[in-house]
Design a protein around this ligand. Structure first.
Ligand SMILES: [Zn+2]
Length: 479
């Protein structure tokens, strides 16, 4: 037996022992990313990028179905342009990477590497929108941005990340509100239906909203360790940016009006959510709808005559039905089992001499580990159905976990106790005063995740100050 065959996949740290280390192990061993040379940058490897591409493709399809066009704006922003909207520049200034030289020559004006592209779109819109006939503008771009983060982790917080950013301009505030809502719904359906992650939809408090926005809508999801992850945001700008950048149009009566804008983004952070919601101690678990490989064929005793031929024939038979691959290498089946479990491939198809004799295969699902024998004649029907079952089960498991990890708190003692002992989402009433929000963050490190659309009255008074409560807020420690 060759040395190669003895190399089993290294074990990952158990998530119960050290969740952060478990995450790092999975990211590395499932071959999603590697570290870049500049601190905080990442190399997204082929398998990681294939998952991101499937997410991207679904989202891009949804953007186009809702009337948006893709564009590509520059990577660079002149400093003077970035400074045009006061709140916006204050929000991003600490994280901006600056270009000061071109070759050996110092530039007359510093150039920012885009941390986000609002100002570029605003500048463009100010020059290209003249009449109500030019509206709405429904643009999206896929790209990368740079934010000089102090502490970084692959996918969750990196100095450079990939995302899409939508930027739209509308004639009325009402139209911009509809757009803001619509794009939040697009994100929610992507994350729930494709990534099998349940989300809470709501509005950010003023403290947590996007710099320069009138308001921000968000989808929040809960990770396995009880921490929250903001998974997509949609911002209504009102006419704030339009006033700063003088983006006006002549309405049907020939009167000059400011446009109303939105922006919305979803980034490679969602890969972090995918890992931390579905992963387990054997590695990654990828929901079938976005899995680059939905089923992996592992031939058993493949040195026996006919086994490999049959296995390849099976691959050919299934390849128009599901995304299927085969590992016909001379590594041991045990090694292959571990490897594809680590990569989170939803279903493994085992086929050996005995199975061939009986005209059957073994299907092993990644989410539960359950195995079933399936006659070859039923496979084309059973395999897609099984993938759907896996998809549904992942969502149901994540939802059950979130429900179990959601607790009502009516005073600061049980707020703190819940957070320390259990974590998760805390539902608590709030008076609306930013001072209470800041105090809660200071005392507990939990932040307000959102004011959920689905409001409940779990108490009459603010959890922090005891004054009359205005609304329900979801709190959590967050990534
Ligand atoms: Zn209060």
């Amino acid at each position: 037996m060759g040395k190669k065959n003895k190399q089993f996949v290294e074990k990952v740290t158990a998530m119960e022992d050290d969740f952060a280390q478990w995450y790092t192990d999975v990211v590395k061993q499932a071959e999603l990313v590697d570290y870049g040379q500049v601190r905080g940058t990442m190399i997204i490897k082929p398998y990681g990028y294939a998952i991101w591409e499937n997410i991207k493709d679904e989202l891009d399809r949804m953007f186009k179905e809702t009337g948006h066009s893709n564009v590509a704006f520059p990577l660079f922003i002149p400093e003077s342009l970035l400074q045009k909207e006061k709140d916006h520049v204050e929000g991003f200034a600490p994280e901006v990477a600056w270009v000061t030289h071109g070759g050996d020559d110092e530039l007359a004006e510093r150039i920012a590497v885009r941390p986000t592209s609002e100002v570029l779109f605003c500048d463009y819109y100010s020059k290209n929108i003249h009449s109500y006939r030019d509206l709405p503008k429904l643009y999206n771009q896929w790209g990368n941005v740079v934010r000089w983060e102090k502490t970084t982790r692959p996918f969750l917080r990196s100095s450079e990340f990939h995302w899409q950013e939508g930027h739209t301009a509308h004639a009325t505030d009402e139209e911009a509100s509809q757009e803001t809502n619509q794009m939040l719904e697009v994100y929610a359906s992507l994350v729930e239906e494709y990534l099998a992650i349940p989300v809470l939809k709501g509005r950010k408090t003023d403290k947590e909203k996007f710099a320069g926005a009138k308001y921000t809508l968000t989808i929040e999801s809960l990770m396995h360790d009880g921490k929250a992850l903001q998974s997509g945001t949609s911002h209504h700008f009102g006419s704030g940016f339009a006033e700063a950048f003088d983006i006006t149009y002549l309405d049907e009566n020939g009167e000059s009006q400011f446009v109303h804008q939105t922006s919305w983004g979803l980034s490679t952070r969602i890969m972090g959510a995918l890992i931390m919601v579905h992963g387990d101690n054997r590695g990654l678990v990828v929901p079938p709808r976005i899995a680059p490989t939905q089923a992996m064929i592992v031939p058993i005793a493949q040195h026996k005559e006919g086994v490999l031929d049959k296995a390849y024939a099976l691959r050919d038979q299934l390849k128009d039905i599901v995304r299927v691959d085969i590992d016909g290498s001379d590594k041991m089946p045990g090694w292959k089992f571990n490897e594809y479990e680590m990569k989170g491939i939803p279903v493994r198809i085992e086929m050996g001499p005995k199975d061939i004799e009986k005209d059957q295969v073994v299907l092993a699902r990644r989410d539960t580990g359950e195995k079933e024998f399936v006659p070859l004649s039923d496979l084309e029907e059973r395999l897609p159905a099984l993938l759907e079952e896996v998809q549904q089960n992942l969502y149901n498991k994540a939802l059950a976990h979130r429900n179990e990890m959601t607790t009502i708190a009516t005073d600061m003692n049980n707020f703190k106790q819940t957070l320390d002992e259990k974590g998760g989402f805390i539902k608590a009433m709030w008076c609306g005063d930013m001072k209470c929000e800041e105090k809660i963050k200071e005392d507990t490190t939990a932040t307000s995740r959102c004011i959920p659309f689905e409001q409940e009255k779990v108490a009459d008074t603010c959890v922090c100050c005891g004054k009359e409560a205005k609304e329900l807020v979801i709190w959590a420690k967050a990534y």
